[in-house]
Structure formats: C-alpha cells, structure tokens
Write a protein that binds this ligand. Structure first.
Ligand code: SF4
Ligand code: SF4
Length: 405
C-alpha cells in the first residue's frame, strides 16, 4: 500500500515526525485514554512502518489505526512540522479496501434517508436497530451499539432548549446584500428549526435572502472518512449551485460546514480568476452577519447559567462566542477553548466508546449543573454533547435559544 504519511501540499518539502511529543497534550483521544497507540505520533510511526513494509501490519491493524481518530485537527496546530493526522487517516481510509467508510458514506451521504429513519428506529424499535448495528460494528458490540443508539436518539429528539432570547431591535446591516443560507445536513434532516431562525435573523437584518440553491453536504466529513470522490462531487455541486445563484454571500451556522466550505479554495475545482478569493469572502458565519442586533432575555425561560462549547473546526474568529456573550450577558459560565466533544465522524461508528471518553472530559470541563445549558455553533457537537450530557443539563445550538417571533 502506498501512502503519503507526511502531509504534503504542493511545493512543500516532505515532512516527517521528529518525535518531539508536542502533539500528545493536544490530542483529546490521548488525553482521555492515556494510550500512546492512539496518539498522533504513533499514527505517523505506524503509517511509516506500513509504507516501508517493515511494520508487518495486517489489514485488520490498518483498519484499526484508520478508525481511531477524531479528525479534530488539534495535533496539526501543535506540531512544529505541520503534520496532519486527519489527512493521514483519510488517506489510510481511502486506501483500505472494505473500510468502514462505506458505513459512514451511507450515514452522511444518504443522510436524508438514514438520519431521520435511524433516529425514529432508535426511538421505536431499538432491538431492530441494534441488530442492524451489530452487522456494521466490530465486536465487542454491546457497549458500542448502545452508544451509537444513544447518538441516534439525540438526532431524532426535539431540541430540549426552549427559546430564552428575543430580538429587541434588528441592525439593518445587511441592507440589500444578496445572501443565501447553507444549512448543512443536520439542519436539513434533523433540525429544520435552525434554518427558520437563521432566515428570520438574516431577513431582520435586511439581507436580500434568496431561496437556498441546490446545495448538498459540504463534503467535510466525507473527506475525513476517506471518501475522496464523494467529497469532490459534493464540492463541485455546491460550487455550481453558488455560481448559479449569482455568487451571493453564503451564510453558515454550522462551524464544521463553514470549515469544509472554506477548504474548497485550496482545491483545484476549476476556479475562474479571483473566484476562489470571492468564495472565501462569501462564506461567513451567521453570527458575524447580524451586526449590532440587540436581544433581550426572557427571564422565565432562561437557564441559570449557559456555557459555550467551541468546536474544533471552523470556530473562525470566535464570532459565535462573541455573539452569545453579548446575548446572554452575566449568564455566561464556562467557555471551552481546547475541549473536543468526541464526535469524530467515523469514530462515532467504529469506536463510540472512545468518543464517549473524550466527551466525559468535556463534561468535566463544563461542570454543568442541572438547569444549566451548553450551547455551541456546530451541528455535530450539538448531537454528540446532547447524547452524552449529564441528567438535567440541556444542549443546543445557540439558534435554539433565539425565539422565532
Ligand atoms: S486529529 Fe485529533 S484525535 Fe486525531 S490524532 Fe490529531 S489530535 Fe488526535
Ligand atoms: S508534534 Fe509532530 S513531530 Fe512532534 S511527535 Fe507529534 S507528530 Fe511528531
């Protein structure tokens, strides 16, 4: 098997792990388990052994290695060599025949069928779903099937966060600017109310909001899963839809979607001159688009304290956190910076028990009490934190807290 185990971008010198160990503290999987074999350094060493043929890794070991990563990207930020475990893992996944990407491709790529159906199934006939999961998850099954079921139920359930913020005055900062919303898979299939609230905020800020063009999945999770052809098809579809809509402002409210969309600019998608730059300018977080819009707190519905979870991907300049602080004022409790929710795409399918251990670390950080809330700006983080939350603590997107009228 040929692998580019070092993350190479065009024109760069080959990079290799220098065993400095800086990635260890950054890796949420290592922090939660203390298992060196799950750390980024071990992944690069194993991949090198695999490439040189000296490691003698079996197909099963390769699959194991490829499945044990959250693709959070925290190691790349810590590594002095700029080594990128998510890229390495994605290559491993795409090079491994029979890899569980097939499962994930079905989960994400056919989300319209699988997410609501899976959630409904989990709610109504857990035994049937458990049986289905036993066919796709490796042993031991009991704990894994239970955790995956729990995550599916969290997708299906209505958000427990009742609106406790009301717009007092809109800032007409968008006056006449043409905009479209990129809602993403979770909002489209499991949380349509996020889209309705986002549309209301954009219209209130006087954007000329056009109906959403023919967007599909951003492709980010497909890429991490090693489904490169499907990721490319998703990118081409979204770019074509944006062009057909007249290249408007592209508002996003999921940090992972935003990260995935912005990554298009570094891919050769047949950009016209200056078009990639225009794309980067167009893709903006919703929280940065409503200017000085003012909110008031609905006291009888507001939680005692609200914590903010910063997603690993696409948190940008912290616009969601800034907006939440402005909206919630004194109610803001803890705000995470270096805490991963543990969702991790493929890991959620292949080894959800590891994701649950990472989530436990996140909950230790928040130390949230019953009656408090954790809000974030990433669809995946909402689902993962909702399925692992302590009793009495509600989890949602910040849009859940905003009343739609
Ligand atoms: S991407 Fe995240 S989970 Fe994977 S090796 Fe890097 S820090 Fe660890
Ligand atoms: S930080 Fe980079 S160079 Fe250092 S041990 Fe980790 S992967 Fe290797």
């Amino acid at each position: 098997m040929t692998l580019a185990y070092h993350c190479l971008h065009e024109g760069e010198r080959p990079k290799e792990c220098v065993h400095c160990g800086r990635c260890l503290a950054a890796c949420p999987l290592f922090s939660a388990t203390n298992l060196e074999e799950l750390a980024p350094r071990a992944k690069f060493q194993l991949a090198r052994a695999l490439e040189s043929g000296a490691g003698g890794l079996s197909a099963g070991q390769v699959t194991e290695l490829a499945s044990r990563c959250l693709s959070c990207g925290r190691c790349e930020k810590a590594c002095p060599e700029g080594l990128c475990a998510p890229d390495l893992i994605a290559r491993l996944r795409s090079a491994s025949p029979g890899w569980q990407a097939l499962v994930w491709k079905n989960w994400i790529g056919r989300a319209g069928l699988l997410w609501p159906a899976g959630g409904m199934l989990a709610k109504l006939v857990p035994q049937a779903l458990e049986k289905a999961l036993t066919r796709v998850l490796p042993a031991p099954l009991d704990e894994r099937a239970g955790l995956a079921l729990h995550a599916l139920r969290a997708m299906r359930a209505k958000s427990p966060v009742r609106p406790w913020l009301r717009v007092r005055r809109f800032d007409p900062c968008g006056k006449g600017t043409k905009a479209v919303l990129f809602a993403g898979c979770t909002a489209e299939h499991a949380r349509p109310e996020w889209t309705r609230t986002a549309e209301r905020l954009l219209r209130g800020a006087e954007y000329d909001l056009a109906p959403a063009p023919d967007f599909g999945c951003c492709g980010c999770t497909l890429g991490h899963a090693g489904c490169k052809a499907e990721q490319r098809a998703a990118q081409e579809r979204n770019l074509a839809a944006w062009r057909a809509a007249g290249r408007p402002l592209l508002a996003t409210f999921c940090a992972t979607c935003r990260c995935g969309l912005r990554s298009y600019a570094s891919v050769d998608l047949g950009w016209e001159p200056f078009e990639a730059e225009a794309w980067m300018k167009a893709v903006q977080p919703l929280s940065s688009l409503i200017g000085e819009t003012e909110f008031s707190v609905i006291e009888e519905a507001a939680p005692a304290r609200v914590h903010y979870h910063r997603p690993c991907h696409g948190a940008g300049g912290g616009q969601d956190e800034d907006l939440l602080r402005r909206m919630a004022g004194q109610r803001i409790g803890r705000a995470s910076r270096d805490v991963c929710c543990g969702l991790g795409g493929v890991l959620q399918v292949a080894a959800p028990e590891l994701g649950a251990r990472v989530a436990a670390d996140a909950w230790n950080f928040f130390a949230a009490l019953p009656g408090e809330q954790v809000l974030t700006g990433c669809s995946g983080c909402v689902l993962q934190l909702a399925s692992t939350r302590p009793e009495g603590v509600d989890v949602g997107h910040w849009l859940d807290a905003v009343a739609r009228n």
